[in-house]
Design a binder for this molecule. Structure first.
Ligand SMILES: [Zn+2]
Length: 311
């Protein structure tokens, strides 16, 4: 009977972010590998307003599932790093802004490229769950991250992601939420309801590696606390402002309750042993679908070896 209950619990946990029982999920040793399915995003009205819940409500929700196998040391999962998705004039003199801005047409081509390769967008929770021995990832997993919480992400990136049935991970600077040019809490909650992940990019986007200890702790813990108070699910992932971090920053991030963090260091392979140093692929305004593919698409996506994700 216990085994049957376990099977049933496992089979009913397909929904992303669903509350799952933590215990009673000891699978049989010969459990067939499971492919984690991303549920189709349900349609929803445009005006969504959900009253925030206290973070204590999330205490147990974050655990997606009990491990179904032993931990995996590495996963090849490209994590794309976007900033602005916007159409700006070619005459804009700000070179940095130009490099940080991907046009809507380019972004659409990037998504078409990924869709054409049958890639599946997953979240950092999916990646970390996989590394810890949880559910398998889909065959061509990719994570699309968006830094800083610009309002063009809501206006222009989010509708395209929905159109393609894809998920994004948005790192917001908490003290900029609702400021001119940045997304609002209502927008962030609506995006969450549509399958987007919202995570922390600190309170004020300061260089964390240079802060005194108390301020470092405040930037990490307070941003997480405020995000959880205003959003609908736990916040467990950090994005170091300007990619700046140190051993002290990693220790403080762990102490503040983050389980992993993304850097700006380039790479496609994510390692279980260094969860606070996940690598990413920078996408800039001058990237074409071809140049993006060259730096972001793992070779085995084109020739998937048997069993790549079914160890
Ligand atoms: Zn940033």
């Amino acid at each position: 009977v216990a085994a049957d209950l376990g099977q049933q619990a496992l089979s009913e946990t397909g929904a992303v972010g669903a509350i799952r029982p933590i215990s009673d999920l000891e699978p049989a040793a010969d459990e067939p590998p499971m492919i984690s399915a991303v549920e189709p995003l349900a349609p929803l009205g445009r005006h969504v307003s959900i009253s925030p819940q206290p973070s204590s409500a999330f205490l147990d929700v974050g655990r997606r599932s009990a491990p179904v196998s032993s931990p995996r040391e590495v996963a090849t999962v490209p994590i794309a790093m976007y900033h602005h998705i916007d159409d700006i004039s070619r005459n804009v003199a700000d070179v940095q802004r130009k490099e940080l801005t991907v046009s809507v047409a380019s972004f659409r081509r990037h998504l078409e490229l990924l869709a054409g390769m049958q890639a599946t967008t997953v979240t950092l929770a999916d990646l970390m769950d996989y590394l810890e021995g949880g559910e398998l990832l889909p065959p061509r997993p990719v994570i699309l991250t968006f830094d800083d919480g610009y309002d063009d992400n809501y206006r222009l990136a989010y509708p395209l992601l929905r159109q393609f049935g894809m998920r994004g991970t948005f790192f917001v600077v908490v003290n900029l939420v609702g400021k001119p040019g940045y997304m609002t809490w209502d927008q962030l909650r609506e995006m969450q309801l549509q399958g987007m992940a919202i995570e922390s990019h600190s309170l004020d986007h300061l260089d964390l590696s240079t802060l005194p200890r108390a301020e470092l702790q405040r930037q990490l813990a307070e941003s997480r606390r405020i995000l959880e108070r205003n959003l609908l699910s736990p916040v467990r992932y950090l994005n170091y402002p300007s990619g700046r971090y140190s051993r002290q920053v990693i220790a403080a991030a762990r102490a503040a309750g983050y389980e992993a963090a993304v850097t700006t260091e380039p790479g496609l392979v994510q390692e279980r042993g260094t969860p606070y140093q996940l690598s990413r692929v920078r996408v800039s305004g001058s990237d074409t679908a071809q140049s993006l593919a060259a730096k972001m698409v793992p070779t085995f996506w084109k020739y998937p070896p048997r069993g790549q994700f079914a160890r």
